[in-house]
Design a binder for this molecule. Structure first.
Ligand code: CP
Ligand code: NVA
Length: 308
């Protein structure tokens, strides 16, 4: 009997030990890339990428990453496939997964990606849902480690919406042993059940974003209005007005605190230009590291651990 398929639908789908391996592997794969070393462990393998929402980083990082590993890519969107014409998800999953080795999906509800995975013959990766964005946090923690070493025992300040990024930070904190200080406007709080965490031990809620940032090792935020919630834009602009990461917030964090943002960013809304374009910001490393971390992830899901 063959081994069960490993999907990556949320951060908690892998163990702390898997992540320790992946962070080391991503560093090695990044080194090979920087040295122009040919590395084709996924030769003849194909990745299907399904986008039901817009993307720049996720598309480029998966597509370039897969080619660099020797594989190829098929790109599908709702507009140019039967996915947008109500073909059942189960049928799409059965068909697509007979022709490719790996599937990456960006969609709306987590239930959609879970249903796809249930009917897929090959591993499925979450490229963002309304609830989670595990590939982004994989890259963010890899970036933190590159700059500051282990994240265990550290404090991450989350300022803004209790959204897919916030939920994924909470899962990561529970699994990898760090703390998240969360500050959101009323009505936009994180929900422990939606985040899929067991207890409230790994996070603390603060009314005032300044308090969340106090003593933090990393300050991070995201757009006020995520994809799919555009109708709420005006109401959100009012509600989030005090949740803009500014130099005052960075000043109360640790002196060597980093700033991260998954991008795309809106300067003057969730973050001041002085912060995102300032010396503590590592947003460009964060974006680049999507590719290195996901290359390690795709290799892991298709081949397993490689002894170095
Ligand atoms: N951070 C991120 O996922 O960016 P894209 O929406 O451009 O893929
Ligand atoms: N929370 C944002 C992240 C974009 C990468 C969204 O879902 O639109």
């Amino acid at each position: 009997m063959s081994a069960p398929i490993r999907h990556y639908l949320q951060f908690s789908d892998l163990s702390a030990e898997d992540y320790a391996y992946l962070f080391e592997r991503a560093a090695l794969i990044k080194k090979k890339f920087k040295a122009y070393e040919k590395y084709h462990p996924l030769a003849d393998r194909t990745l299907a990428m399904i986008f039901e929402k817009a993307s720049t980083r996720t598309r480029v990082s998966f597509e370039a990453g897969m080619y660099q590993l020797g594989g190829s890519v098929v790109h599908l969107t709702t507009g140019d496939s039967q996915l947008g014409r109500a073909e059942p998800i189960e049928d799409s999953a059965k068909v697509i997964s007979r022709m490719v080795d790996l599937v990456m999906i960006r969609t709306f509800g987590q239930d959609k990606i879970e249903l796809f995975a249930e009917h897929s013959r090959v591993p499925v990766i979450n490229g963002l849902t309304n609830e989670f964005h595990p590939c982004q946090i994989l890259a963010d923690i890899f970036t933190f480690i590159e700059h500051r070493g282990s994240i265990r025992g550290k404090t991450v300040a989350w300022v803004g919406d209790g959204n897919n990024m916030a939920n994924t930070w909470l899962q990561a904190a529970e699994l990898l042993g760090f703390k998240v200080h969360v500050s959101t406007p009323g009505g936009y709080e994180v929900d422990q059940d939606v985040a899929g965490i067991r207890s409230s031990d790994s996070y603390k809620v603060f009314k005032d974003p300044m308090d969340a940032c106090r003593g933090a090792d990393l300050v991070t935020t995201d757009v006020w209005t995520s994809m799919g919630y555009e109708a709420e834009n005006e109401a959100r602009k009012k509600a989030f007005a005090d949740w803009c990461v500014d130099t005052e917030m960075m000043k109360v964090a640790k002196p060597d605190a980093l700033f991260m943002h998954c991008l795309p960013a809106h300067r003057g809304e969730e973050v001041q230009a002085d912060v995102i374009d300032g010396p503590q910001s590592v947003v460009w490393d964060e974006a680049e590291n999507r590719m290195h971390a996901q290359k390690a992830l795709m290799e892991f899901l298709l081949i397993g651990r490689i002894a170095s």
